[in-house]
Design a protein around this ligand. Structure first.
Ligand SMILES: O=C(O)c1ccc[n+]([C@@H]2O[C@H](COP(=O)([O-])O)[C@@H](O)[C@H]2O)c1
Ligand SMILES: Cc1cc2nc[nH]c2cc1C
Length: 346
């Protein structure tokens, strides 16, 4: 895997940011989490006047060989069918992107379909879906490195376009299965507590999914190293997201984390570079069974809890206006002196 140069942002500026916020015309601390967000973004950008430029969401899409074992409520072809819908602007993520002024990039990392030439689609197909990890490793070590590189490359491109805040989303039928297995290995939480309904399984379906995943885990004979687990059970779109998150932190961009799948990708990314978490804002806690637990494991405090479980980046973008408010606060509010208001609480 390629190396990333990720530094924890310098903390010298933090007391200056807090001082600036404490001098705005409001009781100390009265804008709560918004104040913490302004400090975090100011620290990342090393300025007392942070700004958000050209927000973008990247969707990495790929298929999963394990889908043949009946682990998803959804038909496997949905991954391929969702791509033209994204490109035509009719999906959930398109509506949120329009609402909040996000640009959207769609990257095919391994969809099981030949699109020939689909305008707007970024074609980085590694293979038409991963292998079935009930029987063999989902991807080779070379494919793992390739997926990391794709995520890093697209993120760097977005940075060059002038973006300094981005979210990652995904589309991949059966990718909650990979997420549950990664979560189990990386947190030590029993597999049964990591498995949930995904895109809509009932209780019997969840039981079947658990049995398949337990069998896959029991059969695994790899080294147990993080990289080996990620590639054995991995999805191309999820490994690409890890590469994207690491590159975004290297470039000191603000990362908004989406749902269950992306939370497990950041869980994996921080195994390589723990400092990546300093750049992350957790957008929401969704309805997928293990999401709350993995967030708690990371000590993450998501901004929203709306019962979402769509993925694509939707939960991250819903949180964007809150981050925007935090940035407006630190830049647009008067301080006591300028407003001629008595600073009564010192
Ligand atoms: O992001 C989430 O929290 C989330 C939770 C459940 C399902 N999804 C989406 O549903 C798909 C995976 O569900 P499944 O049942 O096929 O594993 C995938 O395309 C995800 O974008 C996403
Ligand atoms: C329709 C549909 C859209 C999605 N978007 C992300 N995951 C999805 C799963 C389904 C089934």
């Amino acid at each position: 895997m390629q190396k990333f140069n990720i530094q924890s942002p310098d903390t010298t500026i933090v007391p200056l940011l807090i001082d600036k916020i404490n001098n705005l015309t409001k009781p100390k601390g009265s804008l709560g989490r918004l104040e913490e967000l302004a400090v975090q973004v100011g620290r990342i950008q090393q300025t007392l006047s942070p700004a958000l430029h050209k927000p973008q969401n990247i969707i990495f899409a790929a298929d999963h060989g394990i889908v043949k074992e009946g682990v998803s409520f959804s038909a496997p072809e949905v991954t391929a069918q969702a791509i033209p819908n994204f490109l035509k602007g009719g999906a959930g993520i398109n509506m949120f992107c329009r609402q909040h002024g996000f640009l959207l990039k769609i990257v095919d990392c391994g969809v099981n379909y030949d699109y020939k030439d689909l305008p707007g689609l970024i074609d980085r197909k590694i293979r038409k879906g991963t292998r079935n990890y009930l029987y063999e490793a989902a991807m080779t070590p070379e494919e793992f490195d390739q997926a990391i590189g794709i995520g890093a490359e697209i993120t760097e491109q977005i940075y060059r376009e002038g973006t300094n805040i981005l979210s990652f989303g995904e589309m991949g039928i059966a990718n909650t299965s990979t997420s549950s297995i990664w979560m189990h290995y990386l947190t030590g939480i029993p597999l049964a507590q990591c498995v949930g309904a995904g895109s809509g399984l009932d209780n019997a379906g969840i039981q079947h999914k658990y049995k398949v995943l337990k069998q896959a885990v029991d059969r695994y004979k790899g080294s147990g190293e993080v990289t080996d687990i990620l590639r054995y059970f991995g999805g191309y779109e999820m490994v690409a997201a890890i590469g994207g998150m690491l590159k975004a932190a290297e470039l000191k961009m603000v990362i908004i984390i989406d749902g269950f799948i992306m939370t497990n990708c950041i869980l994996a990314a921080r195994q390589f570079y723990p400092e990546v978490l300093d750049y992350c804002i957790f957008g929401h806690c969704g309805d997928e069974y293990g999401h709350k637990m993995v967030l708690e494991y990371l000590n993450a405090r998501p901004l929203l809890s709306l019962g979402l479980r769509l993925g694509e980046g939707t939960g991250a973008i819903c949180a964007y206006p809150i981050i925007d408010s935090a940035i407006r606060m630190i830049n647009e509010m008067n301080d006591f002196k300028k407003a001629a208001v008595t600073k009564y609480f010192d």
